[in-house]
Design a protein around this ligand. Structure first.
Ligand SMILES: [Fe+2]
Length: 235
């Protein structure tokens, strides 16, 4: 859909409640990812708890491998990313300069192929969730790469407008409701962090190489080490 230039600002218009996500690349991915792949395939082949082409480990991976150097480096990068995006989303609400801490309440890996996928879902008991692409394989890399066909392996996020698509009133006046999804294109070493309540779905993946990702969710604590906040947002 052709989009209007954002530079044409009408000062009479109020736009509310943006969604904040973070997408960035891990500068050490070329060193870290091969070690993660070795760990993950060895783990999968030893454990054999799921089908090989739709494999998901348990979400306590950090407890299972507390001393794994590269997994620890990735967890640190993820934690820093969560602080980065949460600080931005809470700009004006968090106390100035406050140091916060992150607990990764779950972290697991998934190996996909053979058109495996997960249905649309959200994550509970956490404020931020994310995906780190260890091996993007033959996933689509841009809108052009899947024009006219079903996307391969990308992660699609759905905005709140999607709630109003089924059975809702549609005409030219609310065409913007169709602008309700954003795609994260897998890329080796790319991290994407999103609010846990945002609906998302990895598209079916098929390729010569497996699609390998790390998924996670997290809670954020204030400087006192609690999750408390002051209730009034109007002071
Ligand atoms: Fe998810």
């Amino acid at each position: 859909m052709a989009k209007k230039s954002r530079s044409e600002v009408n000062l009479n218009i109020v736009k509310l409640w943006p969604t904040t996500l973070l997408a960035k690349r891990f500068s050490h991915f070329q060193q870290v990812n091969p070690a993660l792949l070795k760990l993950f395939y060895e783990h999968r082949d030893r454990e054999q708890r799921n089908p090989q082409q739709a494999y998901a480990s348990k979400d306590d991976l950090l407890s299972q491998y507390p001393l794994h150097k590269e997994l620890g480096q990735l967890a640190e990068f993820i934690s820093q990313g969560i602080v980065e995006v949460a600080r931005e989303a809470n700009r004006g609400l968090w106390r100035e300069g406050e140091r916060v801490s992150v607990t990764l309440t779950g972290l697991w890996f998934q190996i996909s192929n053979g058109f495996s996928f997960h249905e649309m879902h959200v994550h509970g008991n956490c404020s931020w969730s994310g995906v780190y692409y260890v091996q993007s394989g033959d996933c689509d890399t841009s809108p052009e790469s899947h024009r006219g066909k079903q996307p391969n392996g990308l992660t699609r996020f759905y905005g709140p407008h999607v709630e109003h698509m089924a059975g809702g009133f549609g005409d030219y006046g609310n065409l913007y409701l169709h602008d309700n999804a954003w795609d994260s294109y897998p890329q080796d070493g790319k991290l994407c962090i999103f609010p846990s309540h945002i609906k998302h779905m990895p598209f079916p993946y098929n390729g010569e190489q497996d699609r390998v990702i790390v998924s996670f969710h997290a809670q954020v604590f204030n400087a006192k080490g609690t999750q408390d906040y002051e209730y009034s947002f109007n002071n």
